[in-house]
Design a protein around this ligand. Structure first.
Ligand code: UD1
Length: 427
């Protein structure tokens, strides 16, 4: 299995291109199931999760063609054709590997009037139930039956009625699923306390480009008028705000300067505000964000929250960065119950972090030393990379497949801005 080796202590400087957003890609791709016309997605990141989602669409009978990009380019163009579907089932083997597979549930009921999707089970960062996905779909007319680890959803008469649902807790994935199901319902739907993440805005914009009628995009109330049919479209995936935020932390932890080319400041306001509070300089450019850190960092207090709050997907990277701040920072994780798996690994590099329940106290300022560490989930892996960039000596991060799920060509991008980082095989 591959590992990533980092020899730390190099200040990063230069221009680093930001890829298309993984979490947007994974909700835009299933929209192809809603039409028999082709959907072309541009700026799709080259990531293991995107490939896996492509395979899932293939299993359902859709074709996926990658066009017009050279291997050296970042991003890809993919045309998905779901002229005729041959299956409406997402099997356990795929859902188990990639939770986002449950995002075919909504579009499949919309298109086929039925779907059978494996229950995903827990994952490294928490229980992550899908009860809200199911309740929201039920509220717009789906009939559900759960047996033998699968949920079978159907629309009476082949088409959902539409309806009203208020989420008791904000859920990104459940909002995505119900919106994708509601756009082709017979009647209208009102979704209250909807997630407002930029990826949801991206999803709604694509659906509108396909002929859907959605009001209130970017707010917590989405009003949807069902359409008889949607058509094809060509659409560019939004830039990855979490990738951009992660590399902003890389500039900060190494005392460097990075121009995050293509990053959209408006999508990552809470991250940028927290960076400024920690003493990092942030400049908004015409097409990107420049982040630099030349003085010492300051400790801060942060709590994760749904958008526009501070993203849970940035918590691990901030923890690593705050190991360079002089003093104690306090992080509180409110979204997932088990999202401090990086702490024991960071401790192996000399980090002083005390976790109590959902709160972590990060005492920064101590020197970090390179060590062999193990990635546990996607964002946790990035926190280990960041710590490695700042640590003295060599850090070896194993279980790199977590990183490959969400960071396009990580080592290439970091090498280009001065990091001493390489991927090595174990064999
Ligand atoms: C998405 C993102 C993930 C991010 C998360 C929160 C994708 C592919 N993944 O995950 O990177 O960390 O948003 O910003 O876009 N919940 C329930 N029942 C449900 C659904 C969710 O209780 O049916 C709970 C979850 O356990 C969690 C909270 O709601 O505590 C938020 O989860 P949710 O927003 O749904 O996250 P995901 O869509 O899974």
């Amino acid at each position: 299995m591959d590992r990533i080796l980092i020899r730390g202590g190099h200040r990063l400087a230069g221009r680093l291109p930001i890829s298309g957003a993984k979490n947007a890609a994974l909700t835009l791709m299933p929209c192809a199931l809603l039409t028999d016309e082709p959907l072309t997605l541009r700026n799709l990141p080259r990531l293991a999760d995107v490939d896996s989602f492509g395979h899932l669409l293939n299993q359902l009978g859709a074709s996926t063609a990658i066009e017009g990009t050279r291997p050296e380019d970042f991003g890809r163009v993919m045309t998905i054709r779901a002229g005729k579907l041959t299956s409406s089932e997402a099997p356990y083997d795929i859902v188990r590997k990639m939770r986002a597979s449950i995002l075919v549930l909504g579009p499949l009921i919309g298109r086929c009037g039925e779907a059978r999707v494996s229950l995903p089970g827990g994952c490294a960062i928490g229980n992550r139930p899908i009860d809200l996905h199911l309740k929201a779909l039920e509220a717009i007319g789906a009939e559900l039956e759960t047996t033998a680890g699968y949920v079978r959803a159907s629309a009476p008469g082949g088409r959902l009625s539409g309806g009203r649902y208020r989420f008791p807790v904000v859920s990104v994935g459940a909002t995505e699923n119900v919106v994708m199901a509601a756009v082709t319902a017979r009647g209208g739907s009102v979704i209250e306390n909807a997630a407002r993440e930029p990826e949801i805005v991206d999803l709604c914009r694509l659906l509108v480009a396909m002929g859907a009628a959605i009001d209130g995009i970017g707010t917590e109330t989405l009003t949807i008028e069902g359409r008889d049919r949607l058509h094809g479209a060509t659409y560019a995936v939004m830039p990855d705000r979490i990738e951009a935020g992660s590399y902003a932390c890389a500039a900060a932890i190494t005392g460097g300067t990075l121009e995050l080319a293509g990053a959209r400041a408006a999508d990552m306001r809470a991250t940028l505000d927290a960076l400024v509070e920690a003493g990092v300089t942030v400049e908004e450019l015409a097409d990107g964000v420049r982040v630099s850190a030349d003085g010492p960092l300051r400790p801060i207090t942060l709590s994760t929250a749904p958008f526009p709050g501070f993203a849970t997907d940035m918590q691990a990277q901030f923890m690593a960065m705050l190991l360079r701040a002089e003093g104690a920072s306090v992080l509180t994780e409110t979204i997932f119950e088990n999202r401090y798996m990086h702490v024991p690994e960071l401790a192996r590099m000399g980090a002083d972090v005390q976790v109590s329940g959902r709160t972590a106290v990060v005492r920064g300022g101590a020197a970090l030393a390179g060590a062999p560490v193990m990635a546990t989930d996607l964002r946790a892996s990035m926190s280990l990379i960041l710590a490695g960039l700042a640590a003295a000596g060599e850090t070896s991060v194993s279980r790199v497949y977590h990183l490959d799920r969400g960071y396009e060509r990580l080592e290439e991008k970091l090498q280009a801005v001065g990091a001493d980082i390489e991927r090595v095989g174990d064999g």
